[in-house]
Design a protein around this ligand. Structure first.
Ligand SMILES: [Zn+2]
Length: 353
């Protein structure tokens, strides 16, 4: 392996670009080095390069949604070998600390672990990446699948699935998903596994709503800028409201819709990234027996998601609207960041020499 590699480096708010940096090396016995096969740019990456996440320490290599081919393994690695193609959880977790043993991998307390390209190891927007404790959260994918098929398992698909799972959908119910970004679209994709009678997508982007209908992950689309969303949902449900609402945007307005659209005794699940505190209408909702769940997807859903994709039960490939090689990652950030060109997901393919 070469001593240097190309990587996207962010040195501070709005100070970022491609650089030649030292290639990662095995530092601990449980490490592997992976050659990045496919990565993505996410909304969190945009916030990092723009300085929107105050606790971030710079410089760093961003990126946390990725697949690699393993090119080197440390002496303590047992399950993985050179040549394996794996999808990696967006959060590095040790599997041994108290939180990891409770299944709360996102709370892993081990130093140097945590979300790739944020608080944990260096991220994946590079040619190579060091993956500490890799046995715990790297999952092989079968020959029949491509990196594009499984890329989202490590982040947005896990999040969307977890949102649908927390909603506890019962057969024949009406599910409303508020926010049709990548996580919301993944929540719709996986909500079908619980056999609801209908899935309703709510968003103000006509393109996202169209994508949901075209992919068949939603049966109906409502745009709060044009439609009376609450009235439409009540009309469809005999005046009751949705059985389950899934909030995937993290804004006050989307939360208000999720809360107002659910019927008494229904359930709200939420996996939005909340940039500031939100207020809940507890004064009006206290007598309605609505329940609410939220949280970060644990890593143990990942192998099941790979199997569901392999069996053709779920398919999130419709999110792959754009891709650029690592050489053009700045253009990728520009397109994804400006929300131009109707970009759902921006994929980063390997450096082209
Ligand atoms: Zn841990």
């Amino acid at each position: 392996m070469a001593d240097f590699m190309k990587a996207m480096v962010c040195r501070g708010p709005n100070a970022y670009g491609l650089e030649d940096v030292p290639a990662p090396k095995i530092l601990e016995p449980g490490d592997v080095i992976g050659r990045v096969l496919l990565a993505s740019i996410s909304g969190a990456d945009l916030a990092i390069v723009r300085g929107g996440i105050p606790e971030i320490r710079y410089p760093l290599i961003p990126g946390h949604e990725f697949c690699v081919e393993i090119v080197e393994t440390g002496p303590a690695v047992k399950k993985l070998k050179v040549g394996d193609r794996v999808v990696v959880s967006c959060v590095a977790c040790c599997g041994e600390c108290w939180y990891c043993r409770q299944g709360l991998s996102a709370r892993c307390q081990k130093a140097g672990y945590g979300a790739f390209g944020m608080r944990g190891p260096e991220g994946c927007q590079a040619e190579f990446v060091r993956i500490p404790g890799a046995d715990v959260y790297c999952f092989k994918f079968p020959e029949s699948l491509t990196p594009k098929d499984v890329l989202f398992c490590g982040d947005v698909l896990s999040a969307g699935y977890f949102a649908a799972e927390m909603a506890e959908i019962q057969c024949g119910e009406t599910v409303v998903v508020v926010g049709a970004g990548p996580v919301g679209l993944c929540a719709m994709t996986t909500a079908r596994l619980w056999s609801p009678s209908r899935i309703i997508a709510v968003d103000t982007s006509p393109f996202r709503l169209e994508a949901a209908l075209k992919a068949g992950v939603a049966d109906l689309a409502l745009d709060p800028a044009k439609d009376n969303v609450l009235e439409a949902i009540r009309e469809l449900t005999g005046g009751f409201g949705a059985d389950r609402t899934i909030e995937c945007a993290g804004r006050q307005i989307t939360f208000d819709i999720a809360f107002s659209a659910v019927r008494g005794g229904g359930k709200i699940s939420t996996v939005g990234i909340y940039e500031k505190p939100l207020s809940l209408p507890l004064n009006t909702a206290w007598g309605t027996n609505i329940s609410l769940s939220w949280g970060f997807a644990p890593i143990d859903r990942l192998p099941g998601l790979i199997r569901l994709i392999e069996e053709g039960r779920i398919n999130a490939a419709f999110l792959c609207t754009h891709q650029v090689p690592l050489n053009d990652i700045l253009r990728g950030y520009e397109i994804f960041g400006s929300r131009k060109e109707n970009c759902l997901k921006m994929l980063i393919t390997p450096w082209e020499r």
